[in-house]
Design a binder for this molecule. Structure first.
Ligand SMILES: [Zn+2]
Length: 145
C-alpha cells in the first residue's frame, strides 16, 4: 500500500495516509497535490506522493480559553465529516477509547460516521489501522463552533 505524506497548509508534515485516502481528500478539495509521481495519473489527478491541506489545522493543544468541549462542537469543528473516511458523520469517536482512559476533550475526539465508529470499536487508530485524516484540535472562539 502506497502511503501519501500529508502536509499542513504551512507545509509542516502531519502524517501519512493511504493513497485512497489521499485521493478522497483531493476529491473533497480539502487537500491539493504537492508532489506527484511523474507521468502517473489516478482518478484524474497526478498520482500524489505528497498532498497539502488547503486550510491550516492547529496541531498543538492550546491552553488559551476556548469553547468548552461538546459533542455538537466536535461535529461542527470537523464540519460533520468523518475523521477516518471523510464521509458524512453524525457521531463522535474517542481517538483513545474512553474504556481505556481516553477523555472527553477536543484533542481526543473526532467526528465519525457510524460505520467507522463500529469498525474502530475500542481500539486506537493505529490498532484499527484507521489513520486519521486530520489531527483533532481545540478550536478557538474565532472558529465559531
Ligand atoms: Zn467514516
Amino acid at each position: 500500500m502506497t502511503a501519501v505524506l500529508v502536509l499542513n497548509a504551512d507545509c509542516g508534515p502531519l502524517h501519512r495516509v493511504s493513497l485512497r485516502h489521499a485521493i478522497r481528500m483531493l476529491f473533497r478539495e480539502v487537500a491539493v497535490v504537492h508532489e506527484a509521481e511523474p507521468g502517473r495519473r489516478i482518478g484524474g489527478y497526478p498520482m500524489p506522493t505528497v498532498v497539502r491541506l488547503v486550510s491550516y489545522v492547529v496541531t498543538r493543544w492550546r491552553h488559551s480559553r476556548g469553547p468548552a468541549w461538546s459533542r455538537t462542537g466536535v461535529l461542527a469543528r470537523d464540519r460533520h465529516s468523518c475523521g477516518y473516511c471523510g464521509g458524512p458523520a453524525s457521531t463522535i469517536d474517542h481517538v483513545l477509547p474512553r474504556s481505556r482512559g481516553g477523555r472527553d476533550d477536543w484533542a481526543n475526539t473526532v467526528a465519525a460516521c457510524g460505520r467507522c465508529n463500529n469498525r474502530k470499536r475500542d481500539r486506537t487508530p493505529a490498532e484499527a489501522r484507521m489513520p486519521l485524516l486530520v489531527r483533532p484540535f481545540a478550536p478557538t472562539w474565532a472558529l465559531s463552533v
